[in-house]
Design a protein around this ligand. Structure first.
Ligand SMILES: Nc1ncnc2c1ncn2[C@@H]1O[C@H](COP(=O)(O)OP(=O)(O)OP(=O)(O)O)[C@@H](O)[C@H]1O
Ligand SMILES: [Mg+2]
Length: 242
């Protein structure tokens, strides 16, 4: 089994994505609804607290593995095919200390990195939930996670970084994630960190709201595609229970 990705392919056109917002702002909803991942895609998850355990993602059952070996074997088998899969890693007893959580996360990143193949017919999507809990600097992400963000594209890996906070996360994540989904923020520092990047004022981001009316519960967000001058304001609406 390879420990390094194979077939670097500069012709691949892949842009990573960042989803940032306070708890309950619809980040996880956005990973499914914003249209960057489809039901038939190959998706790997870093899911420390098991939010996908026994659940579906885009209508497909997520298979959760509690050991690195199980996760590796499942991904390896999945990548040998052209079929879609949804494979998550959730440890049985997640470590409590941040340094240990990071160590585990980087091992998972190493496994995902090794599954890269620039000639594979399918992109490998990697959803990294709550990256604010596994990153340690707001500067460079000098690790295998940074490697995925900087060189994953060539190996057909698309990284989806999900975070509750913006101020403390690495520049590498912000700069390398061309797609930015920004939901409600709780702190001025978080709004300021990303406003310029999506060509808005911090006040625009602070105006994002959650509200209820006769149509249902609205969760407002901004979404920026690749390139410039293309940030749009939109919302998810969940109908009120009958
Ligand atoms: N199908 C649905 N119907 C109604 N409400 C929903 C549905 N799916 C999600 N929600 C609501 O949308 C909100 C946001 O959910 P989501 O799990 O995406 O938040 P999040 O930003 O990922 O939060 P966290 O940081 O805690 O993971 C929650 O209040 C949830 O109850
Ligand atoms: Mg979530």
């Amino acid at each position: 089994m390879n420990l390094s990705p194979i077939n670097p392919n500069d012709a691949l056109d892949i842009t990573h994505a960042l989803y940032a917002g306070t708890t309950g702002s619809c980040k996880s909803v956005a990973t499914q609804k914003i249209g960057l991942i489809s039901a038939t895609d190959q998706v790997a998850f870093w899911d420390l607290y098991g939010q996908y355990k026994g659940k579906e993602f885009l209508g497909r059952k997520v298979r959760t593995y509690t050991t690195l070996k199980g996760f590796l074997m499942a991904l390896h088998a999945g990548r040998k095919t052209k079929q879609g899969f949804k494979i998550a890693f959730t440890p049985n007893n997640p470590p409590k200390k941040k340094a240990l959580i990071r160590e585990l996360f980087l091992k998972v990143c190493g496994i995902v990195w090794a599954m890269g193949n620039g000639k594979h017919p399918k992109t490998l999507h990697f959803i990294a939930e709550e990256i604010n809990r596994v990153t340690v600097s707001s500067g460079d992400e000098d690790s295998i996670y940074g490697e995925i963000l900087e060189a994953g594209r060539k190996f057909n890996i698309m990284c989806h970084s999900v975070t509750q906070r913006l101020a403390p996360i690495p520049n590498t994540v912000i700069a390398m994630s061309g797609y930015k989904w920004i939901g409600r923020q709780d702190s001025v520092g978080d709004a300021e960190r990303v406003a310029k990047e999506i060509q808005l004022k911090p006040a625009d981001i602070m105006s994002l709201a959650k509200f209820k009316d006769e149509k249902g519960t609205h969760h407002e967000y901004y979404f920026k595609g690749t390139g410039f001058n293309n940030t749009v304001r939109n919302e998810f609406v969940f109908k009120n229970a009958a």
